[in-house]
Structure formats: structure tokens, C-alpha cells
Design a protein around this ligand. Structure first.
Ligand code: AMP
Ligand code: MN
Ligand code: MN
Ligand code: MN
Length: 283
């Protein structure tokens, strides 16, 4: 039987999730996931634990990561799947991408202090289990916990997006480098949740054209960040650009994520599943 319940996008405490790799694996297995990947932001420190936990529960595993990229002055996320997690170039690239996060977090906190919210750096750090990976999500949790906002979505809208006091412009990896690090480590590169980016039609066309030219092979079609009508839109993009399709919940936390692991609709049968491209890398 071909694999249908693949969930190839989620986050652990190694980035901005709230569960351990083992807790995520248990949740995925309980929801019937057959093939799983942990895709922490800019970080692969959870891969060995995730693979071991998956195997102990009878799931197949692909290595995973979600790399932060700057394209057309917008942050775009590129998922890597099925790479060799010991690859030196990939590890160095991810370390460099993580590198600016500490200073960025100080700047975010300064922006929040300027509008009367003190102590946000120390507050966010308390939620970050990986001190190299302080994310806007950790600031959001702090502002919810201290009663400034009701939920993390409100924090982003009021404070953490462009034009708001806690927004800090940041240069992440280039699209070309991210795709190269993944593919030269033997993996496949996938554009994450394309509907989430504020790109014009021309910029989106350029994103997929450049991505293909750099060696990118896949696009997330069914994700917790897309509506059902966006599944249709990006299935068409996959067809137009000759890309394979991926499926993943983007699960972060039981309290915050509305889409649980393994619960989205399966990919439409006419799409090529991205896991078919890395079948030899499935462990
Ligand atoms: P960062 O990498 O620090 O810029 O943080 C990006 C993360 O913030 C994403 O991966 C999401 O987990 C989270 N995020 C972004 N936008 C929102 C939003 N509108 N509501 C809740 N979480 C968000
Ligand atoms: Mn995240
Ligand atoms: Mn993302
Ligand atoms: Mn994600």
C-alpha cells in the first residue's frame, strides 16, 4: 500500500514547538501517521531523537528542517526532507542562519519596551528551550502569559508583523543557498505554505521559477496553513511547475495549533507525493 498519512512538517522544543520530539512522535503515531518528519526552524538538533522515537512506534521517518529564507524582501520558508543530517555544509548553513536570532530578539524586545512592555527579552528566553533559537513565537507566548494579549495570533497582529512595534526586519538565508544545502546533503527542497507569503503574482511566479532553477523539487499543498481552496490553487501550481506535493500539519503546540498531526486530508491522487522522490532516504 502506498503511504497516504505522511506528516512532514511540525515543530518541537528544539525550535518553537512546546512538545519534545518523543511527545510529537507519540501524538503522530496515535493519529495514524505512517511517515513522519520533524522540521524545526533552522535546526536539526532533534533529528536523532525524532527518528528513534518514530521507529519505536512503528512509523517510518524522513529527516526534516524548515529553513528561513529572504526572497523579494519577504520571509519564505523552505522545507528540507531526507537529507544526511551529518552533512557539514548543511550544518554550517543552519548555524549561520540561526546566528542573527539573539540580536534580533534584543531588538524585538527594545521595540516592545518602547511601547510600554518591558522585560520581553528575558520573558521570551524563558520559553525558548534552545537558546540559539529565540523565535517570535516565544515572544508571543510571553505576551499571552502576561495578559497583554488573549492569544498568540493577536500578539502577531498587534506587535510582531511589519509596521508593528516589535517587528525587526531580518536577512535570512538566500533561496539559492537553502536549496543547495538541502540538495547537496542528499535531500529534497520544498516550498512551505506558499499561500502565507505576501508576494505579488509576479513575485510568486519568480519564487517558483528561481526555486526550480536552483534544484527545488516540491511544494506544500496540504498544510495546516492553507484553506481547502488553497489546496486546489497549489495543486495547480505543482502541476504548472512540475513539482511534487507535500503534506504537513505545521503543528506547534496542543494549545495553539488548530491542526493536529496526521489529520489533514490526503493529497489528491493526481499529485506526485514528495516522499516518492526520497523513497531511498526513508528510514
Ligand atoms: P520567526 O522565525 O522568529 O520569525 O518566527 C516565525 C514563527 O512565528 C512561525 O514559524 C510561526 O510559528 C509563528 N507565526 C508567524 N505568524 C504567526 C501568526 N500570525 N500567528 C501565530 N503564529 C505565527
Ligand atoms: Mn514556527
Ligand atoms: Mn513556516
Ligand atoms: Mn513550520
Amino acid at each position: 500500500m502506498p503511504i497516504q498519512n505522511a506528516d512532514l512538517h511540525c515543530h518541537s522544543i528544539v525550535s518553537d514547538g512546546t512538545l519534545t520530539p518523543e511527545e510529537l512522535a507519540a501524538r503522530a503515531a496515535a493519529n495514524g501517521v505512517e511517515l513522519w518528519a520533524l522540521t524545526d526552524h533552522d535546526e536539526i538538533g532533534g533529528q536523532e531523537r525524532a527518528a528513534a522515537a518514530a521507529h519505536a512506534l512503528g512509523m517510518k521517518y524522513l529527516t526534516g528542517v524548515e529553513i528561513s529564507v529572504t526572497f523579494a524582501d519577504e520571509t519564505v520558508h523552505v522545507i528540507g526532507l531526507g537529507f544526511d543530517d551529518r552533512d557539514a555544509q548543511l550544518r554550517a548553513g543552519l548555524a549561520a542562519t540561526r546566528g542573527g536570532r539573539g540580536e534580533r530578539a534584543r531588538d524585538i524586545a527594545a521595540g516592545l519596551a518602547a511601547v510600554g512592555i518591558p522585560g520581553a527579552y528575558e520573558g521570551a528566553v524563558q520559553y525558548a528551550r534552545n537558546q540559539e533559537l529565540i523565535s517570535r513565537t516565544h515572544f508571543a507566548r510571553f505576551l499571552v502569559e502576561t495578559g497583554v494579549c488573549r492569544d498568540t495570533g493577536e500578539v502577531f497582529r498587534r506587535f510582531l508583523v511589519e509596521g508593528k512595534p516589535g517587528f525587526v526586519p531580518h536577512r535570512w538565508a538566500t533561496l539559492k543557498d537553502a536549496v543547495r544545502w538541502i540538495t547537496e546533503a542528499g535531500g529534497v527542497a520544498v516550498i512551505a505554505h506558499p499561500a502565507r507569503y505576501r508576494l505579488s503574482a509576479n513575485e510568486e511566479y519568480a519564487l517558483f521559477t528561481d526555486f526550480k532553477a536552483h534544484g527545488g523539487r516540491g511544494v506544500e499543498v496540504v498544510t495546516g496553513s492553507h484553506t481547502p481552496s488553497e489546496y486546489v490553487t497549489y495543486a495547480e501550481t505543482a502541476r504548472e511547475f512540475g513539482l511534487a506535493a507535500s503534506r504537513g500539519s505545521d503543528f506547534h503546540s496542543p494549545g495553539e495549533s488548530h491542526t493536529d498531526l496526521g489529520q489533514l486530508p490526503f493529497l489528491h491522487g493526481a499529485l506526485t507525493p514528495v516522499w516518492d522522490l526520497v523513497a531511498d532516504r526513508v528510514r
